[in-house]
Design a protein around this ligand. Sequence first.
Ligand SMILES: CC(=O)SCCNC(=O)CCNC(=O)[C@H](O)C(C)(C)COP(=O)(O)OP(=O)(O)OC[C@H]1O[C@@H](n2cnc3c(N)ncnc32)[C@H](O)[C@@H]1OP(=O)(O)O
Ligand SMILES: O=C([O-])CC(=O)C(=O)O
Length: 372
Amino acid sequence: MAQVAKGLEGIIASETEISSIIDNQLTYAGYEIDDLTENALFEEVMFLLWNLRLPNKAELEELDGKLFDYMTLNPRMYSHFEDYATDKIHPMTGLRTSLSYLAHFDPKAEVFDEESNYERAIRIQAKIASLVASFSRVRQGKQVVKPKKELTYAANFLYMLRGEIPTDVEVEGFNKALILHADHEFNASTFTARVAVSTLSDMYSGVTAAAGALKGPLHGGANEQVMKMLTEIGTVDKTDDYIKEKIANKEKIMGFGHRVYKNGDPRAKYLKEMSRRITDESGQKELFEISLRIAEIMKEEKGLLPNVDFYSATVYHSMGIDHDLFTPIFAVSRMSGWTAHILEQYRTNRIMRPRAEYTGARDRKYEAIEKR
Ligand SMILES: CC(=O)SCCNC(=O)CCNC(=O)[C@H](O)C(C)(C)COP(=O)(O)OP(=O)(O)OC[C@H]1O[C@@H](n2cnc3c(N)ncnc32)[C@H](O)[C@@H]1OP(=O)(O)O
Ligand SMILES: O=C([O-])CC(=O)C(=O)O
């Protein structure tokens, strides 16, 4: 019997130059995540992931211009939100549909050369910000907000979402969050994107498939579930009973554990610090205290540490963002990684086609239906 690597654990499925996790350290194209988080703009990180080098001033300006231009959606895109935004459809379900629908308005949708695919990556990265923000506006019965040329990507997203120019502190924090979520080697959604396009299917197929994979609570969907848990707990004094009961029932605590990081997720410290600050500033300190207590219990009882999804939940909540938009916001950031990996997959392609160990029935014979 062949050895089965359940969940593909430890399997090296391909090579990549985009990001690495070595000795618990995350890098994007050779730059440490700490360096980028402290210093970079998310737009520079997009360029880095796509080109494996940082942009110069002219290149960044050109990218900014394109992102701004592409942020405006086709009017039919806005009107299609009305079909489902009012029907209480989860925004991740909506986003998955919208990403696929975007292809209908790409004038070169069936052109697959390298240059068109690169342009398409910028186009989709710009549009996902508008998709998530305007979905939210439409379902609240509000006017959609068009982007402003002078704002950064992070600022424009918050502006289009809330209709008010965000503060510098908010933009700085949100820009960092976008960088921290941008790429992560062969995580489930990125791998899904690569599998989809390894058939030489188009970029929209790849990102739509990836969004479907991100939606699940074991992956990007965990941040929304963290907030649900914190809301259910409510006060610090209820934390122990709540968490210990879940552990006793062998339920998973969302926002903890990781397939690769066994000594802690290097992204979590930034989100923890942001959470500490922003929960305090927004008068919701207790949410942070509950989070700290959960982390203590999880370490003591299970030896598990918070992952990127744990503290991002309270950061977004304290910015006044609806809880069901947390995962779509993850997708806004991760789009840069998905598209970078799709471009790399096209450059180095071989169809992804592993084998399975068959454990089902054998030697059966067809029986006529009356005999079954
Ligand atoms: C952006 C991201 O995707 S980050 C991850 C977001 N997901 C979550 O936060 C969901 C909660 N966490 C998990 O489900 C897992 O830790 C995953 C999916 C992240 C990793 O999964 P795997 O590598 O397959 O680990 P696996 O699920 O096998 O866990 C190993 C052991 O730790 C336990 N465990 C892992 N995570 C948790 C958790 N969050 N809560 C309680 N127990 C846990 C498992 O029950 C298992 O115990 P067992 O050996 O007694 O059966
Ligand atoms: O790498 C993973 O398995 C999950 C993760 O942390 C991410 O996608 O950011």
